[in-house]
Design a protein around this ligand. Sequence first.
Ligand code: ZN
Length: 682
Amino acid sequence: MENRWSDKTAQDTIKHYADAGINEDIALRVYTSRLLGNEPRLVLHGGGNTSVKTTAIDISGNNINVLCVKGSGWDLGDIEPAGLPAVRLEPLKKLVTLKSLSDEDMVNVQRCNLLDSSAPNPSVETLLHAFLPHKFVDHTHANAVLALTNQADGEAICRKIFGDRVAYVPYIMPGFDLAKKTEEIFQQYPNCEGMIMLKHGIFSFADDAQLSYQRMIEFVTMAEEHLARAKQKLFPAIKLPAQSANAANIAPIIRGLTATDLGDGKFQRLVLEFRTSPEILNYVNGEEVSRYSQQGTVTPDHSIRTKPKPLVLPTADANNLPAFAENAAAALKQFSNDYHDYFDRQNKRLNNTRTKLDPLPRVILAPGIGLFGLGASSKAAKIAADLAETTVEVITAAESLGPFECISEDETFDMEYWSLEQAKLGKTNEPDFARQVVVVTGGASGIGLATAQAFKAQGAEVAIIDQDAEAADKAAGQLGGIGIGCDVTDRQQLRAAFDTVCQTYGGMDILISNAGAAWQGRIGDVDDETLRKSFELNFFAHQAASQEAVRIMREQKTGGNLLYNTSKQAINPGPDFGPYGLAKAATLFLMRQYALDHGRDGIRSNAVNADRIRSGLLTDDMIASRSKARKLSEHDYLAGNLLGREVTAEDVADCFVALARADKTTGSVMTVDGGNIAASLR
Ligand code: ZN
């Protein structure tokens, strides 16, 4: 592993923070913490922690000793001084004489000794850092060290590699007991340069930042070199179908199976994140995957994000997806039964003090295809997938030495159902469209973009489809979603776009069929080609997108929402707007046909009728010429409605959201035009 220390960057960091009154110790702590945090083979998603012992001035002007240690919610990769809250060191050190200390009391005493009462909670490994005498202490869950220690004889293997340069700490759950045990062992080996935490990770320490970091890199490199001498593990593979299904084929099936039916047509869904690579396929295709993947997590805190075990799916034959769906449902049922049993067994041991979490997997292994991370959001699913990829790397490396073996079931449960984690339950307030995936066609600008933004603001995952791929990417980048370039009148491109949505999020729940363009012509003169072009985009593309969406929704079996941008023209023709209005009128009817034919699938279908919206269809030039022709100011032209107010793309977006919320409304049109009696429905 490369040592990324640079004298120049270290000095620049010191200078940068000196201007803000941050001392050199903390500046260097920030610098090397980031070096560790930006190496995924050392640290992932909030894993690992670091500290520095330094001094600070308290409110009375006294110079006091403090421990600046990683605060919860911060990631080492982008940590700032604010992410290293200062805790009074002397009161922490005194705690070493206690016989025991509950997690809640430990958190409390740490908070009580913060210099800044609004700082985040100091790490649960704070006392371990405090009890060690060195100025700089670095802790990671390095993959290579985990591969060595997650073995029956992990300690013996490590002793051969590291000898007395490090001390060895048996597995104990993080908290006071681990801090106390670590201190005891350190007293026996006061000259050690680091400590191997068996089946958990590694600490390095020193009195200067560079040396502590350098030791971490050196130890991890020694572990990596040892593993490199073993032969890369190639797992004997199971027999796969001649043509395996792909991720886009099976993701909606999985997403549907892992949704929880809340009754009355409502579901609690999960979002998926797909990964594959030769390494992942070697792992998931292995004959023995049900052995090595089911032992438990490679380091204990993964269990909070990934659950102790992944679900292993049956193989998926591309030519027989119904059989796959049936087998996958049975495998999931078995998984959740096993999880209930595990919880009941373990909760009994803890005198029934724990609250059961849902029994659904957060990692799914799909032989022949790859793996999926699952979560309440795309972000959570990505974290689960990252941890799963790390698990694949660690277990594959471990198996090159001997059978992978991790902490026991009791120890795993203690971590997954940690009282500090249980205290957080029920405290998240999810926005209305969290866990739902929205696809917006023509989403890179105007009404489409405003609608994508409105759903995103309500917690939805968003896919923007637009014929301008660059604009789609840009909009999605700003919004936090995916952008897909696609001509919606091309069925193949449309299928590929929906496949990308399934690969990215696992499926979809709401279609905003919005892409459109206005063709004009006096109906008695207009040529066929113009009319047909308009029908391709303003009718057939809506039908094609709806079919793709309905196909996915029916695989998920969790209902869905089709929403169309029709137009005032669909019911109230404007002069010379026949080519546009006729196609839009057909699309309005299409909406009703979907409501009729797919209500039984739980799919709702509704439309928004908007008029005079400043957008791609009604450009600034058009507004200028039309208002001039009517001898009106631009404002009076745009606000020429009963309410006398201009209607914006955001107003139209709000109507789409309102229809998506109205969960017993289908076959309906919502008008948003400020009032136009001639165009009103019924
Ligand atoms: Zn740790």
